[in-house]
Design a protein around this ligand. Structure first.
Ligand code: NAP
Length: 313
C-alpha cells in the first residue's frame, strides 16, 4: 500500500532521530516527519558537554547533523511537513500532514516541547528585536551590552554563563530567591564576576520604540514596580528568556492519556494506545536530557518492532 510505513516518527529531535536510527537499522520501513528545523531544543545549545562520548566542542547543531546522517544511512526517510491530524486508534494508524496522508503500523510521538513565554505586554512585539529565546543564536548580538536573563532553571543559569562571552554584564532576573538550577552551575554563576542577580522579581512589561528602551519589574513579595532603563551609553536592552517548556501534545489530547500536558507512558515508552509510543520531552519523566531522549528513542523503536512482529502486521 502506498504511503504505508512500519513506523512513523513525529518529530526530529534527538528522541525522534534515535528512534529513526534504531527502527531503520532493524529494517523497518521508517518515516520521520519534522515540521521545522531538525534537532528541537538542542539546536539552540552552543556546547554539549554531557552527552557521553561526544567530542570536545560538540555543538547542538553538529550533534543533530550527525544523528540525521546516521538515521538516513540506515534507510530512514525524512520529510519536512507539518502533522495536522492523527487517528491513532485505527490500525493502520492515520497521519495527515499539510501535504500528504500516511498510514503506519506503529507511531512514535517525538514532538518535544516549545519554549514558554513570559506573557508580558511588549514580549511579542520585541521578540527578535531585543527579546531572545536562544543564546547560541543571538548571543553575538549582545556584544558589549548589559544583558538581562529571565529564569531560574538550568537553562537560564547555563545560558547566562555562555552570554558572559559577549555581554559586559549579565543580570539574572528570577521570580524567587532560590534557584531551580543545579547547585554546581549556580555556584559557577555566583563566582563569575560578570553575573549578578535580581531575585523575587518578575518582568511585567517591556517598552520601547524600535528597540527595547526600558522594562518594568515587579517585586513578587511587596508587589512594588520599578522601571529599568538603559545603562549609560547603551542604546537598547537585550533580554533572554529561559523559563521552561510546554509539551507539544495538542494533536493527541483527545486520543491518548495525558497528565499535566505530558504523555503518560510506561518504561517501554508505550502509551495508552497499542502501537503508539512517546519519547523524549513530550512524555512524563523526571530527567529531560539529550541522553535520556535518545534512550527513549531506542526503547520505543525496539518495542515497536516487537509490536509489529507479534501482531503479524
Ligand atoms: P525549568 O527547569 O522548568 O526552569 C524554569 C525556570 O523558569 C524556573 O526557575 C521557573 O521558576 C521559571 N519560570 C517558569 N515560568 C515562569 C514565568 N512565567 N515567569 C518567570 N519565571 C518563570 O526549565 P529549563 O531551565 O528550561 O530546563 C528544562 C529542562 O532541561 C530541565 O529538566 C533542565 O534540567 C534541562 N536542562 C538541563 C541542562 C543541563 O543539564 N546541562 C541545561 C539546560 C536545561 P520557579 O523556579 O519559581 O518555578
Amino acid at each position: 500500500m502506498e504511503n504505508l510505513y512500519d513506523v512513523i516518527i513525529i518529530g526530529a529531535g534527538p528522541a525522534g532521530l534515535s528512534a529513526g536510527l534504531y527502527a531503520s537499522r532493524a529494517k523497518l520501513n521508517t518515516l520521520i516527519i519534522e515540521k521545522g528545523i531538525d534537532g528541537g531544543q538542542i539546536v539552540g545549545t552552543d556546547s554539549v558537554d554531557n552527552y557521553p562520548g561526544a567530542p570536545e566542542n560538540t555543538t547542538g547543531p553538529s550533534l543533530v547533523a550527525r544523528m540525521v546522517e546516521q538515521a538516513k544511512e540506515f534507510g530512514a526517510k525524512k520529510v519536512m511537513e507539518e502533522v495536522t491530524e492523527v487517528d491513532l486508534k485505527s490500525q493502520p494508524k492515520i497521519i495527515k500532514t499539510n501535504q500528504n496522508e500516511y498510514q503506519a503500523k506503529s507511531v512514535i510521538i517525538a514532538s518535544g516541547a516549545s519554549h514558554r513565554f513570559i506573557g508580558a505586554p511588549g514580549e511579542e512585539e520585541f521578540s527578535g528585536r531585543g527579546i531572545s529565546y536562544c543564546a547560541t543564536c543571538d548571543g553575538p548580538f549582545a556584544e558589549g551590552l548589559h544583558v538581562y536573563v529571565i529564569g531560574g532553571g538550568d537553562a537560564a543559569v547555563e545560558e547566562s554563563l555562555f552570554l558572559t562571552k559577549y555581554a559586559s554584564k549579565v543580570t539574572i532576573i528570577h521570580r524567587r530567591d532560590e534557584f531551580k538550577a543545579a547547585k554546581s552551575i549556580v555556584e559557577k554563576a555566583k563566582e563569575n564576576e560578570k553575573i549578578d542577580f535580581m531575585f523575587n522579581s518578575q518582568v511585567v512589561e517591556i517598552k520601547g520604540d524600535k528597540f527595547i528602551e526600558s522594562f518594568i519589574v515587579k517585586d513578587t513579595i511587596s508587589g512594588e514596580e520599578r522601571e529599568i532603563g538603559l545603562d549609560e551609553g547603551q542604546k537598547r536592552h537585550s533580554i533572554f528568556v529561559f523559563i521552561g517548556y510546554i509539551p507539544n501534545t495538542g494533536l493527541f489530547t483527545d486520543q491518548i492519556d495525558i497528565v499535566n500536558g505530558y504523555i503518560m507512558t510506561n518504561e517501554q515508552c508505550e502509551t495508552s494506545i497499542p502501537g503508539v509510543y512517546a519519547v523524549g520531552d513530550v512524555r512524563v519523566k523526571n530527567v529531560r536530557q539529550v541522553v535520556t531522549a535518545t534512550g527513549d528513542g531506542a526503547t520505543a523503536a525496539v518495542t515497536a518492532e516487537k509490536f509489529i512482529e507479534t501482531n503479524d502486521l
